[in-house]
Write a protein that binds this ligand. Structure first.
Ligand code: ADP
Ligand code: MG
Length: 460
């Protein structure tokens, strides 16, 4: 523990939490986030806040426990926080000296007021088209989004961006918002479906007109993660009315969703038909080359040097989505910064061994994959695993092997043996067949995504 630099860990934790708050659109909270490192003992950091008010708020808002969780993530140790009051801390000066905090126009730094740039309170200014790496998996969605940003309300309306978690839906949506906001005098509203719902529920009663007016005065409405609205009947109804009002006055609407709208359940049909009325574009997981390009883009402006082979190691092993890719990179960077060590292939491999095995999918077994797919295609498990060569069995069997390879850690040999004792070349051949279909038949991707979702949701 002697080599621990608690101060650096602490500042890193604070800066990550602040960034999270900004991402969640809670910039206002940053004003209350006044805390500074004072001292440390064995597994304890003593931190000062300017008043009992701030101390109570830190505790009641759960920030102290958030800091402890972050400290654990960063250092691997359970480090406790103890708060003390320092009346000399000026509430209006920067709470933390050395940490750069982005997207924060409200805070006054070193007693100088920052030059106020035009800043949108809900949009993360990091999310721009320039920062988005275009690849085969996303170029259609990228081009459509750019067209909308250049010509809001005219190019395509509404636009629906859909795809799995961490593939860049929010990034593209906010890029549209940022571009329009910067270049035009437009009222751009970004809101997650979750916040939209909460706000609606809280407004029911005397404030309902305020709510309606707010959303109906938008020139551009960006509603993120509409799948959250499933089963929320009244919010759907309200959104439908908002949709009609905006659409009929040629205001731009953009939505994101984790699945194609046809797969939304418990959703008002009229609303679903509106979502699908304009242009729907999907985001897929990036291919290897795009993954490398994304990682390179993310380290472009970094001081830390990350060897090419480490970038390739990450790109090879993290295939699921961009968020996981970023998380792996952050881990490597944090290690280099905090431990003041050079990053080598060796220590990157060691550091990332857990991320590579993708624990989130650890509960998916070949058996579950087989069950779900057999059921979806209405065939028996024994046929799925057996030797029959009818087309209605061969296709689901190939899909099942392909998905088993993607979602589990099993080798092709192990997968083969679970499919009636086939050898690994048969499994490879099946996977190749599916890849060929993916290149020629656009519906195959959607089908596979639907199956994977059903598998991940199985008995959750
Ligand atoms: P989603 O909303 O689909 O879950 P996000 O938009 O939040 O995903 O993306 C997750 C992270 O990955 C973000 O930090 C985003 O900047 C990054 N990201 C996703 N796609 C790309 C891309 N093509 N280029 C650069 N960064 C990307
Ligand atoms: Mg998102």
């Amino acid at each position: 523990m002697e080599s621990f630099n608690y101060n650096i860990f602490f500042n890193e934790a604070i800066s990550q939490i602040k960034e999270d708050l900004t991402k969640q659109g809670k910039q206002n909270e940053l004003c209350f986030f006044m805390i500074k490192y004072v001292d440390s003992k064995e597994l304890k950091v003593i931190a000062a806040v300017p008043s009992t008010f701030v101390r109570d708020r830190m505790i009641s808002s759960g920030y102290t426990s958030q800091i402890e969780i972050k400290l654990k993530e960063i250092s691997g140790y359970n480090i406790k926080i103890e708060l003390t009051i320092d009346n000399n801390m000026n509430s209006y000066s920067t709470p933390i000296n050395d940490v750069e905090v982005k997207n924060e126009s409200q805070i006054i730094e070193k007693n100088e007021i920052k030059v106020e740039q035009k800043k949108h309170s809900q949009l993360n200014e990091k999310y721009t088209f320039d920062n988005f790496v275009k690849g085969d998996n996303n170029s259609f969605a990228y081009n459509a989004s750019l067209a909308v940003a250049k010509n809001p309300g005219k190019a395509y309306n509404p636009v629906l961006i859909y795809g799995g978690v961490g593939l860049g839906k929010t990034h593209l949506m906010e890029s549209i918002g940022n571009m329009i906001f910067k270049e035009k005098e437009s009222n751009v509203i970004y809101v997650t479906a979750e916040n939209f719902t909460n706000e609606f529920v809280q407004s029911i009663g005397p404030n309902i007109n305020k709510f309606k007016n707010k959303y109906r005065s938008a020139d551009v409405l960006l509603l993120d993660d509409i799948h959250f609205l499933m089963g929320k009947k009244e919010t759907q109804e309200e959104l439908f009315n908002t949709f009609e009002a905006l659409y009929n006055s040629n205001k731009q609407l953009v939505f994101t969703c984790d699945r194609p709208v046809t797969e939304l359940k418990d959703m008002n049909e009229r609303l679903v038909s509106r979502f699908g009325r304009g242009l729907s574009v999907d985001l897929q997981a990036p291919q290897y080359e795009t993954r490398v390009a994304i990682l390179q883009k993310k380290i472009e402006n970094e001081k830390i040097k990350i060897p090419v082979e480490v970038i390739e190691l990450i790109a090879k092993n993290v295939c699921s989505n961009v968020r996981d890719l970023e998380a792996a990179l952050t881990k490597v960077k944090a290690f280099a910064e905090l431990m003041e060590q050079e990053i080598t292939l060796e220590n990157a491999r060691h550091l990332l061994r857990d991320s590579f095995s993708d624990p989130k999918q650890g509960n998916i077994t070949i058996e579950v994959i087989q069950k779900v797919i057999a059921e979806k295609y209405g065939i028996s498990l024994s046929d799925l695993k057996g030797k029959k060569r009818n087309k209605n069995i061969v296709i689901p069997r190939q899909f099942a092997m392909f998905i088993a390879r993607e979602l589990t850690e099993h080798s092709t040999t192990e997968i083969g043996s679970e499919f009636g004792g086939r050898d690994h070349t048969t499994v490879l051949h099946s996977c190749q067949k599916v890849e060929e279909q993916l290149n020629t038949d656009p519906t195959v991707h959607t089908t596979l995504e639907m199956l994977k979702r059903a598998i991940k949701d199985y008995k959750k």
